[in-house]
Design a protein around this ligand. Structure first.
Ligand code: NDP
Ligand code: ZN
Length: 184
């Protein structure tokens, strides 16, 4: 009985995140030519973590919510109220400071990855794997092949700071890096 109650609470917590993210991202599309609904991305990132064997509820919740503060009208405080400080804290760790220009944000991702928590590193690894698979599947409109290659090179530097946390995710990323001849 206790087990049932516990798993019901876990399911409810996960579905609350899926719903929250779906509402927040409802008008957004990915950059692929098919303009896939944005929500496919956070759900896919969370599923990569499930595939990799992660069972930590807060990590799965943070994966579902990971782009809400960066890309939608959502505040850190809102996540604290709705999902608690642990989940909100992981999301904060993977959220870029939008006051900075894009080059600086990309530079800081490489540096900040190294000192991030294990939970945030797992979300980062899954996020980068999802995006690289997406880029391999189809090139966003207006992107040159050179820009795609630059993205792979940069992503590998962020991933370098997150290593040692998931054999599965890092193995899948390494397969892509070898295929794309990324300097590791
Ligand atoms: P990004 O290069 O940051 O775009 C990639 C991001 O878009 C991903 O991290 C991902 O973020 C999101 N995304 C959405 N759809 C897709 C998809 N289908 N596949 C992969 N990622 C997707 O774009 P910006 O416009 O922010 O670019 C700024 C940077 O790009 C500049 O700093 C510069 O370095 C570089 N640039 C290079 C050019 C070139 O020709 N070489 C030209 C212009 C810019 P998320 O996980 O948050 O969804
Ligand atoms: Zn993302």
């Amino acid at each position: 009985m206790a087990d049932n109650c516990e798993s019901e609470a876990v399911l409810a917590a996960v579905i609350k995140c899926v719903n929250f993210a779906a509402v927040k991202h409802k008008d957004q599309r990915r950059k692929d030519p098919e303009q896939t609904p944005y929500i496919n991305h956070p759900v896919g990132v969370a599923y990569l973590l499930v595939e990799s064997g992660v069972k930590d509820l807060a990590v799965l919740q943070a994966a579902l919510l990971h782009d809400t503060v960066e890309d939608t009208e959502t505040s850190h405080e809102e996540l604290v109220v709705e999902f608690g400080p642990k989940v909100a804290g992981i999301v904060a760790e993977v959220t870029d400071d939008k006051n900075l220009d894009k080059e600086e944000r990309k530079r800081l991702q490489i540096i900040n990855a190294r000192s991030a928590s294990r939970e945030a590193k797992l979300v980062k690894l899954a996020d980068k794997l999802y995006n690289l698979r997406d880029l391999e599947r189809s090139v966003p409109q207006g992107w040159t092949q050179e820009r795609v290659e630059e993205y792979f090179q940069w992503a590998a530097k962020v991933v370098a700071g997150c290593r040692g946390n998931s054999e599965f995710l890092e193995g899948e990323l390494d397969k892509l890096f070898v295929k794309w001849k990324v300097n590791l």
